[in-house]
Design a protein around this ligand. Structure first.
Ligand code: HEC
Ligand code: HEC
Ligand code: HEC
Ligand code: HEC
Length: 278
């Protein structure tokens, strides 16, 4: 009798025996409680709403929220409202959103759908903790180092649907480490020589430069940076190419309007390091 054998082991240890026994009982109660609770939990939203799309999944698949609470404020915490709920229903919107994100090279600064550079916040993480309204607001009222793309409202909605969709399939740990502060010290080669025209976000030292007239150079060496000036064959920026460009932009693109910039050897090496983004 296996069972009796094992209880025998505890016979001389009454405290331990009763602890295990009661624990077992509590464990069973707890499991019954969980079964009961999960059976009703799916319905907490339905205290107040008619179900729909029930064949596609739980309310939280498309709306998030807290399905275990029948109190509206708690149930609605982080809710995806009707406007942005179409992540699994409006396939064309999600597809267009994806195309816009790719055309705009958002991934040279952000991680989206587990891909991209993380010089700015991970949008997988942010899309999990923020509502669609919040993200849309940030896309329209951009902060200093996030470029203003002047998207139409309709495009914003599509982009947000895609961001919500892309984030739902990814595992997120913590917010990615990132820095976005302005540092203007004397040894700031970018601020001094490039910052009047460009901005950049770097992993090591944050946002630099204040220029609006030329491109934000974040993620320059990454596969996501889509160059306006490189010719066929040189389709990706490298440290060597960057220094060649800075010394004489026209040696790379005959019609470019960027003027040559004179840098000392030390400044050149600081500049390459700045863009390495490791
Ligand atoms: C206690 C009642 C109550 C519960 C529980 C509740 N809701 Fe609501 N919900 C409302 C009311 C009332 C509105 C109307 C808008 C408002 O007052 O926020 C609403 C609005 C909404 C909207 C539309 C928001 C918009 O503006 O597009 C969605 C989506 C929604 N609820 C989803 C859910 C989901 C999902 C759950 C469960 C996780 C849930 N609700 C739980 C009462 C509730
Ligand atoms: C497959 C995705 C999906 C699921 C699952 C889903 N919804 Fe929705 N929900 C949407 C979409 C998309 C909309 C926007 C309007 C529409 O397309 O019907 C929406 C709109 C709503 C609205 C706003 C209604 C209105 O007319 O403005 C409420 C409330 C809501 N859903 C509640 C729920 C509740 C409660 C559940 C769970 C029983 C649920 N939804 C499950 C996708 C979903
Ligand atoms: C040049 C780098 C850069 C590019 C390119 C870029 N962003 Fe950003 N983005 C930022 C920075 C910097 C922030 C601000 C982060 C902060 O302060 O929290 C930001 C913030 C955001 C936020 C708000 C996040 C939050 O939780 O506050 C959203 C949403 C966003 N970006 C979407 C996009 C989308 C979509 C694209 C492409 C269309 C894009 N970004 C392209 C740098 C960039
Ligand atoms: C006087 C303004 C000005 C300064 C200073 C300046 N740039 Fe530029 N830069 C531009 C302009 C304008 C362009 C766009 C050129 C074009 O499209 O023909 C550009 C383009 C670039 C590009 C190409 C981006 C692409 O699309 O591939 C890089 C890389 C670049 N600059 C790096 C730098 C660096 C590094 C510095 C500092 C050492 C710097 N620039 C200083 C104005 C400037």
């Amino acid at each position: 009798m296996e069972h009796n054998d094992s209880t025998d082991i505890y016979r001389y240890s009454p405290d331990y025996y009763s602890y295990v026994f009661q624990g077992g009982k509590l464990g069973t109660r707890f499991i019954l409680f969980l079964i009961f609770f999960s059976a009703i939990s799916g319905y907490a939203c339905m205290n107040c709403h008619e179900p729909h799309y029930a064949n596609k999944g739980d309310c939280s698949l498309c709306h998030r929220g807290n399905m275990e609470s029948s109190r509206k404020n708690i149930a609605h915490f982080g809710i995806i409202t009707a406007k942005y709920s179409g992540l699994y229903t409006d396939e064309n919107d999600v597809k267009t959103g994806k195309e816009i994100v790719e055309d705009s090279a958002c991934r040279r600064c952000h991680i989206i759908g587990a891909k991209g550079e993380n010089s700015a916040v991970s949008l997988d993480y942010r899309a999990k903790i923020h509502t669609g309204e919040y993200l849309a607001d940030k896309l329209i009222n951009t902060n200093e180092y996030m470029p203003d793309f002047h998207f139409s409202d309709r495009d914003v909605t599509k982009i947000i649907k895609y961001l919500l969709f892309a984030s739902s399939g990814t595992v997120q740990k913590e917010a990615e480490p990132y820095v976005a502060y302005i540092k203007t010290s004397d040894d700031d080669v970018f601020g001094k020589h490039c910052g009047n025209c460009h901005k950049v976000i770097t992993r090591q030292s944050g946002g630099k430069g204040t220029g609006e007239i030329a491109r934000n150079l974040s993620g320059l060496f990454s596969q996501y940076f889509d160059s306006d000036v490189l010719q066929e064959g040189d389709d990706r920026w490298t440290p060597e190419l960057l220094l060649k460009w800075v010394r004489n932009p026209r040696s790379i693109n005959k019609t470019t309007i960027m003027p040559p910039v004179n840098l000392s050897k030390n400044e050149e090496s600081d500049l390459s390091k700045l863009f390495e983004n490791k």
